[in-house]
Structure formats: C-alpha cells, structure tokens
Design a protein. Structure first.
Length: 202
C-alpha cells in the first residue's frame, strides 16, 4: 500500500499548477504534460483517491511521465481494485495472467477479469475470453469466448473485433467465413487507428 503523504491538498495544488503551466506554455511538450499528469495522479492517489491510484498505476505500467515500474503498478492496481475500481481489477488481472510485475496467478486473473468484464470493462472481457479460448486458468469454453469477443466488438473494441475475426477465419464455434473475418479485421484496424491516430499495421 502506498505511503500516505502529509498535506495532500498542497500536493494536488502544485500538481494542478504544473499541469496548467504545461498546457499553456509556448514551450509545451508532450513529455512535460505527461510528467504533470503523473504528478497530479500521484498527489490524488496519496491523498486518498483510489481511482487516481488506478490511473497512477497505469502510468507506472506504461512509463508515462515517469520511469516504468511494473511492480509498483501491480501494487497500485491491487490497492485500487480492493477499493472497488473495476478497471484496476481488470488491469491487475491481465498482469496476473501474464506474470508481469507480480507472480503469475491464472485462477485469480480469471476471477478478476470476470468481475471487471461484468462491470462493463471491455478489455477485461476480451482478456477473459482469451483465457476461455485457450483454457488458461479456466476450462476451455470457446462458446463463451465467442460471446465475449462479440460483446466487445459490438461496442467498438478493436481487440474484441480482432479475436472475433480469428474465430471466423478458423471456423471456431461459427461457420468459417473469410469475408466476415476480413470485415472484422478491418474494424479492428480502424478502431486502433482512431485510438492512436497512427497504426503502421493498418
């Protein structure tokens, strides 16, 4: 659990000032803004906002505004998850499934992903589907995987469309349909491009 700091309101105020300066300065850079956003998430998390701990964990996981630290990210996801942040639960589940930043625990990963998915976390639904498709931590259930991928794809999640396309390409739980697979791969690629504004694979 992160060590709580004194005077969180002052830390938040300083972080907000830094963020504002980064946004308005003529010498603004993406790096400066990410550092300011990291500091704001850090101040809010240590000030008691568990949702901010999930945001801080994501920044540690991806190295946004700070050096990447997957072990610290896992600890922060754990704290935020215990506080009811279902998105953090889903991300912790993914890390547990892959053994990144924390020992691999496929059964707990499946449990966390299922809870996060039922709360509406689409990436968690896709990850949970992968576990059922592959039989990792759970029994193989390609029918459930199909439904999870479809739910995510219908909500415009690129990974969901990509995995659903693979099932149509192979004819798993559905009649093989290469044209439908191509449509789904296109939807996945378009979704990734919209999210990142650039995708060399599309």
């Amino acid at each position: 659990m992160p060590e709580r700091r004194a005077q969180p309101s002052r830390a938040v105020a300083l972080a907000v000032l830094a963020l504002g300066a980064a946004a308005c300065s003529p010498t603004d850079t993406v790096k400066e803004r990410k550092v300011a956003e990291f500091r704001l998430a850090e101040a809010n998390c240590y000030g008691g906002e568990l949702e901010a701990c999930g945001q801080l964990a994501q920044r540690y996981e991806t190295g946004q505004g700070t050096s990447a630290d997957v072990m610290k990210a896992a600890l922060l996801y754990e704290e935020a998850c215990r506080g009811g942040d279902q998105v953090a639960c889903g991300r912790l589940g993914r890390m547990l499934r892959m053994g990144v930043g924390t020992p691999r625990d496929e059964r707990r990963a499946a449990d966390l992903l299922s809870v996060a998915c039922r709360s509406g976390d689409l990436p968690a639904c896709v990850q949970w589907g992968v576990m059922h498709e592959m039989g990792v931590g759970v029994q193989v259930n390609t029918g459930l995987a199909l439904r999870l991928y479809k739910t995510a794809c219908d909500a415009k999640d690129p990974a969901g469309c990509s995995h659903l396309g693979e099932l149509f390409e192979r004819g798993t739980e559905v009649r093989q349909d290469l044209y439908r697979a191509a449509e789904l791969y296109g939807a996945a690629c378009s979704g990734k491009a919209l999210r990142s504004q650039a995708s060399s694979s599309c």
